[in-house]
Design a protein around this ligand. Structure first.
Ligand code: NDP
Length: 245
């Protein structure tokens, strides 16, 4: 039996791309899922698909930029299943632009979703995990959490922050047996690049994403980190197309 069987897992950004693929992968391995994102139609559709395939999933419409809604998501999960084994902090946005263009709304959006959303998620699940002295928080960063490209400065800053938050979390909570994993994908086929609208950057992104790999590859990496025994922490994985620089 897989170590994923029976684990209660919250996935943010479950309505598309990596979050959706992760939900399907974990459901096939027996996880009990709580799907979160803003688009209810997508969540409902995914929930039905998982249930029709014999898996277990419920959903809650959640905006990760609201601390209150993230707390409600954790409460909903505890009320429904009595525990939270894993949080996959996956929701993210990537409206790239050059700094001189001063797209302040986009900067704020990336900071709110990619950094604050991750922090709110961690804060929402930590009390029950600390009490049980058990848990696993998986934060989705990026190759952009390691390298910065022209036009990706703010996005890369948020993804560097995700790695810093994960490492701080690891050090603070290892005493409580709470595992921390950073997942750093390279180019993956999803809706993420639809957020790139700057005409100077669209061709660059389109070129890079010609080699993009499937979201299922990231889902398998997340499952791998979860499947290890509780005293083994996979702290970081980079998963990118073989030909990506
Ligand atoms: P998608 O655009 O397909 O998925 C993003 C998800 O985030 C959606 O489910 C969206 O749901 C959710 N989301 C966005 N804003 C919010 C919000 N305010 N509250 C709740 N959910 C929100 O992209 P990916 O699947 O590719 O992205 C998933 C993660 O992977 C992101 O963190 C991204 O930065 C990271 N990543 C992706 C890479 C790639 O090449 N695709 C590369 C490296 C990292 P909804 O709109 O319904 O709320």
């Amino acid at each position: 039996m897989s170590d994923i069987q029976g684990k209660v897992v919250i996935i943010t950004g479950a309505s598309s791309g990596i979050g959706e693929a992760t939900a399907k992968e974990l459901a096939s391995k027996g996880a009990i899922l709580v799907l979160a994102a803003r688009r209810e139609d997508r969540l409902k559709q995914l929930q039905e698909e998982i249930q029709n395939g014999g898996g277990q999933a419920i959903y809650k419409v959640t905006d990760v930029t609201s601390n209150e809604q993230m707390e409600e998501l954790a409460e909903f999960t505890l009320k429904s299943f009595g525990k939270i084994d894993v949080l996959v902090n996956n929701a993210g946005v990537m409206p790239h632009s050059f700094l001189y263009k001063k797209e302040i709304d986009d900067w704020n959006k990336m900071i709110d979703v990619n950094i604050k959303g991750v922090l709110y998620g961690i804060a929402a699940v930590l009390p029950s995990m600390r009490e049980r002295k058990e848990g696993h928080i998986i934060n989705v960063s990026s190759v952009a959490g390691h390298v910065v490209g022209a036009g990706s400065t703010v996005y890369a800053s948020t993804k560097h922050a995700v790695r810093a938050i994960s490492e701080g979390l690891r050090k603070e909570e290892l005493i409580n047996n709470i595992r921390s994993t950073i997942i750093s994908p390279g180019a993956v086929t999803s809706e993420l690049i639809e957020g790139v609208t700057d005409p100077d950057l669209v061709p660059v992104i389109e070129k890079l994403y010609e080699m993009a790999i499937g979201a299922d590859s990231i889902a398998r990496a997340i499952a791998f980190a979860m499947e290890e025994p509780a005293d083994v922490a996979i702290n970081e994985m980079i998963i990118r197309p073989t030909r990506q620089e």
